[in-house]
Design a protein around this ligand. Structure first.
Ligand SMILES: *Cc1c(COP(=O)(O)O)cnc(C)c1O
Length: 384
């Protein structure tokens, strides 16, 4: 089976991990801050907070922004459940904004309309999580404009978009957001095994996320309620978590980060090949806004209604032929957990219509032209 995504590990990656295994620290050593600094430099922000997953980083981001019971978080229904769950962890209410039918990102016009209504009802969100679906940035300038007008904070869920750009700057530079979050799960742009990172320009948000990552503990005398009696001393100031990344994971992530430009280039080339060779088929190919360059985490097509075969049938046939297609994503509000919270199918019709036709084709740095040609051939046969 050709998978839809796969990590790309080379000798340098392996050596980086072995080096840590032979060193003094498996965790809380030098590799985590090194990885944090390298990613912050890549994103052109002052600092970063590495975590054991992007889900943890999203949770910390929500906490740092003060999200809690009685507050509301909005995100897109076409995302991984973690983009919404982070609000629920904090006891906040979650709601969704329907997608733009071209980019499949949260629709800015729908967001504006929903904000207008919410203001009238006194139900404005405290946080909006903008998900850069498939690696294509949301229109962050427009979202930041609405954030100023309606007083909400912005988290970029950039789990798909490391290596992408928005208006000439790297995704994650936080010009238009309070915090951006990346994932290093093996299917994502780079991997640390498991792992995630939050980046920000705001030193206070970074400080809060770092403290909550480590049990709410401080070793900084300036933050303590009394002068420390000795070097052993620390204080727990609030209820935090153990969301730390290990040095083993950080070493892999750091080595992979050096390879990121090459990964993006390979993915971009593969996406171009798909576009060239699939454009005559009854498929809706990914649309790209001109003010961004995608990281191409996913290559998602929609099966047109005139294809003569529906997505479900095409999916099964491709899987049977060894093509590991996937579907991203089941609209979050249709999940049983969110249904129990009161959401109903039909609430976000564009997301649901997209979901019925969506199909993710294999795309990852290690797929060679011959394997990609097999995917293309099978698609041509089935859609002929
Ligand atoms: C993968 C992913 C996450 C969660 O990442 P983990 O590192 O697995 O916790 C969150 N949001 C989106 C959009 C993702 O694709």
């Amino acid at each position: 089976m050709i998978p839809y995504a796969r990590q790309h590990i080379n000798e340098a990656d392996i050596d980086a991990v072995i080096e840590v295994l032979n060193a003094d620290y498996l965790t809380q050593g030098p590799k985590v801050p090194e990885f944090e600094q390298a990613l912050a430099a890549y994103c052109r922000v002052p600092h970063a907070v590495a975590c054991n997953s992007a889900t943890s980083a999203l949770h910390l981001a929500c906490l740092a922004l003060g999200l809690g019971p009685g507050d509301i978080l909005w995100t897109s229904p076409i995302t991984f459940v973690a983009s919404a769950n982070c609000g629920r962890y904090c006891g906040a209410e979650v709601d969704f904004v329907d997608i733009d039918p071209r980019s499949y990102n949260l629709d800015v016009a729908a967001l504006e309309e929903k904000l207008r209504l919410a203001e009238r009802r006194g139900r404005l969100p405290k946080v909006v999580v903008a998900v850069h679906f498939a690696g294509q940035s949301c229109d962050m300038r427009a979202i930041a404009g609405l954030a100023r007008r309606y007083g909400f904070r912005v988290i970029e869920d950039a789990s798909h978009a490391l290596g992408g750009t928005y208006r000439g700057e790297p995704v994650g530079c936080c010009r238009y957001a309070d915090i951006a979050v990346f994932s290093f799960h093996p299917v994502k742009m780079i991997t640390s095994g498991e792992g995630g990172m939050a980046v920000s320009r705001d030193p206070e948000l970074l400080r809060r996320m770092r403290r909550l990552r480590g049990h709410g503990i401080t070793r900084d005398a300036a933050e303590m309620s009394e002068p420390p009696p000795g070097d052993w001393y620390y204080q727990q100031l609030e209820l935090g978590y153990n969301y730390r990344m290990s040095d083993i994971h950080a070493a892999l992530g750091l080595s992979q980060l050096r390879r990121l430009p090459q990964f993006v280039q390979m993915r971009t080339r593969l996406a171009r090949r798909y576009r060239e060779q699939l454009s005559d088929l009854p498929l809706i190919l990914p649309w790209q806004a001109e003010w961004q360059s995608s990281a191409w985490h996913l290559y998602v097509v929609q099966v047109s209604d005139e294809a003569g075969i529906d997505r479900k049938t095409l999916f099964a046939a491709l899987r049977q032929r060894g093509i590991g297609v996937q579907v991203h994503y089941i609209p979050v509000h249709t999940q049983p957990y969110y249904q129990r919270l009161g959401f109903r199918p039909g609430q976000f019709p564009r997301a649901e219509a997209y979901y019925r036709r969506a199909l993710t084709l294999p795309l990852y740095p290690g797929i060679n032209p011959e394997l990609q040609d097999r995917v293309i051939e099978q698609l041509r046969e089935l859609l002929a």
